[in-house]
Design a binder for this molecule. Structure first.
Ligand code: DGL
Length: 267
């Protein structure tokens, strides 16, 4: 039997490492190729057509050059813009996407009011609007497009100084309105961009002890990927090693130094 290829994972930059971290734990026998499309980041304030074109180009590179067995779109913005099209164009390639975890948040909230922080591209997409409408009137949803935040995290995550990201997090968390467990307050906050969990400590600091649960769907995406792979006929249980035995190969369209620094810190 031919050995299975690696699982391809991509994002506009380092954010998808929050998903890769969960994938590594969930799928200990698989190999991964992670592509940060940082020459074209951030995606969140670009047009739908631009993000779709980049997602197609990345899929092509991962399939043609790395022979991936499955693709995980570790980016909410790219999932919203491209997952339907990529699946239609590559019906034999299992593709798993990520979207803001509204349903887990609805299951979790006690106050009936949830907050969603995501990129403008995600929140303005038809996919997100359909997801939000599917909730009906069961909960109140307050959403904020966090312009510039993924970019600030991308630039600051590898270093010790988070001044830009911290200021934006305080601004956007403040814009949500009253937070906490009292009636009407937001008690559940969805991190709807894969960059944001890398700044979990900064979000915690901005919440200043208020009773708010942060929701990150990375583990749900990893479990979904495992389920999709398990459902395929006769997967090879013994993956062949990359040169040097690496489980993860890191690629970056705009230069690898930020990605490597972030991977050392987060993986
Ligand atoms: N991390 C990505 C997401 O989940 C994209 C951030 C960006 O490039 O703006 O949406």
């Amino acid at each position: 039997m031919a050995p299975q290829g690696p699982i391809g994972v991509f994002d506009s930059g380092i954010g998808g490492l929050s998903v890769l971290r969960a994938l590594l734990a969930e799928l200990p026998h698989e190999r991964f190729v992670y592509l940060a499309d940082n020459a074209h980041a951030p995606y969140g304030e670009r047009s739908h057509d631009f993000v779709l074109a980049r997602s197609r180009a990345v899929r092509r590179q991962l399939v043609d050059e790395h022979g991936i067995q499955a693709l995980v779109i570790a980016c909410n913005t790219a999932t919203a813009a491209a997952v339907h099209m990529l699946r239609a164009e590559s019906p034999r390639l299992p593709i798993v996407g990520i979207e803001p975890a509204l349903k887990p948040a609805v299951a979790r909230t006690r106050t009936g009011h949830i907050g969603v922080l995501a990129t403008r591209g995600t929140l303005e997409s038809g996919k997100f609007q359909a997801l939000r409408q599917s909730l009906g009137d069961t909960v109140r949803v307050t959403q904020i497009a966090c312009d510039g935040l993924a970019d600030a995290i991308e630039k600051e995550a590898a270093g010790a100084h988070w001044a830009g990201a911290t200021a934006l997090i305080e601004q956007y968390v403040g814009a949500l309105g009253p937070l906490g467990g009292a009636p009407g307050q937001i008690d559940t906050l969805v991190l709807g961009c894969t960059h944001y969990p890398l700044a979990a400590a900064q979000f915690d600091a901005s919440l200043a002890g208020r009773a708010v649960t942060l929701i990150d769907p990375a583990h749900a995406v990893a479990r979904r990927t495992a389920a999709v792979l398990a459902a395929r006929p006769a997967p090879d249980p013994s993956p062949h090693a990359l040169p040097g035995g690496a489980r993860v190969r890191l690629l970056a369209s705009g230069g690898p130094s930020a990605l490597h620094a972030a991977a050392r810190r987060w993986l």
